[in-house]
Design a protein around this ligand. Structure first.
Ligand code: ADP
Length: 303
């Protein structure tokens, strides 16, 4: 039973670029698609798809996008009891323009996500007993800090996925359960670009000294993951796959990690399974549709 606290966006994705828009000439794209996005939505739906019970705390507006996002979350199997529909506010949006080289530029509207206040998190934590909280950075920073404190005061462990990459003070996460930054987030938080084991250890030590987290767990893309427990570090190499699209890999990783830990598995087994979930996702096209099921993760690990 996992509570995810985070953002809900309606994504608009322009792809198949036909001509670039330079010097006042507008770019031409071949396709426009809509997707359910926001890091809160993505992680909650990853937990649900991997077979866990996921409830989301978040905010949408009373516009059409808010209605469609609520419906989409329910269709994905996410419990939306704690999603607020706020009058007079727009639902968060992200607009992505994909380039032929697979990089993209994006523009975002924070919208209702900016109204996610600690009281909404508190109400959810008081309504039900959760085994774990997972949160990210696409909400007011004070809500991120308070979510940790509210969960801690109730004895609920917190996994903090500190994306999108940004430098924030970490002292208020003193004693948090797990911090899971990817490479860019690690660099934003520590100034260290992780290129090898020594770098992973250095960055982990810096993060650990600020938080005294039970575990620092670096997500290192095609290289795998690095786990640090305050004393020693251990490298978990990625599973070799043919990489197709890494969108959603981090969400699959964090969701599988959380689920395994909720089931009482030890941290090393959980990281290995998380690596498998991330690898499967990276071997497929797309974000949410590429997140594996638990059966797929098990089959992959037993190969
Ligand atoms: P994010 O999506 O947050 O940037 P990463 O790209 O680091 O996260 O990916 C998360 C996890 O997914 C990695 O730690 C790894 O376990 C797995 N993964 C990502 N890319 C690959 C890949 N090319 N091959 C194998 N595993 C991968």
């Amino acid at each position: 039973n996992i509570l995810i606290v985070g953002s809900i966006n309606l994504d608009t994705v322009l792809s198949q670029q036909q001509s670039p828009g330079v010097n006042g000439i507008s770019a031409l794209y071949g396709r426009c698609d809509f997707a359910n996005g926001g890091k809160g939505t993505n992680q909650a739906s990853a937990v649900a798809k991997l077979g866990g019970r996921a409830a989301l705390v978040g905010c949408v507006g009373d516009d059409d996008a808010g209605g469609s996002q609520l419906e989409a979350l329910e269709a994905l199997g996410v419990d939306t009891t704690f999603v607020r529909r706020l009058p007079g506010v727009q639902t968060g949006r992200a607009f992505m323009m994909l380039r032929p080289d697979k990089t993209y530029s994006s523009a975002n509207i924070v919208g209702a996500n900016g109204f996610l206040v600690p009281q909404y998190v508190e109400a959810a934590l008081d309504a039900r007993r959760f085994d774990l909280v997972i949160m990210q950075l696409e909400m007011p920073l004070e809500t991120v800090y308070r979510t940790y404190e509210l969960a801690r005061d109730r004895g609920v462990p917190v996994i903090f996925d500190p994306g999108p990459a940004r430098s924030i003070p970490l002292e208020r996460f003193e004693g948090i359960f797990i911090l899971t930054p990817n490479e860019d987030e690690t660099e934003a938080l520590t100034g260290v670009r992780v290129r090898n084991r020594a770098g992973a250890l250095r960055a982990s030590r810096l993060l650990w000294c600020e938080t005294h987290a039970r575990y620092i767990l670096l997500k290192l893309g095609a290289r795998g993951a690095y786990l640090f427990d305050g004393g020693r570090g251990e490298f978990f190499p990625a599973f070799p796959i043919e990489a197709v699209d890494s969108t959603g890999a981090g969400d699959s990783f964090t969701a599988e990690l959380g689920l395994r830990l909720c089931l009482g598995e030890d941290i090393r087994a959980a990281v290995r399974a998380a690596n498998a979930a991330g690898a499967i996702c990276a071997s497929r096209m797309g974000g949410q549709p590429a997140v594996p099921t638990q059966e797929e993760v098990r089959a992959f690990l037993e190969r």
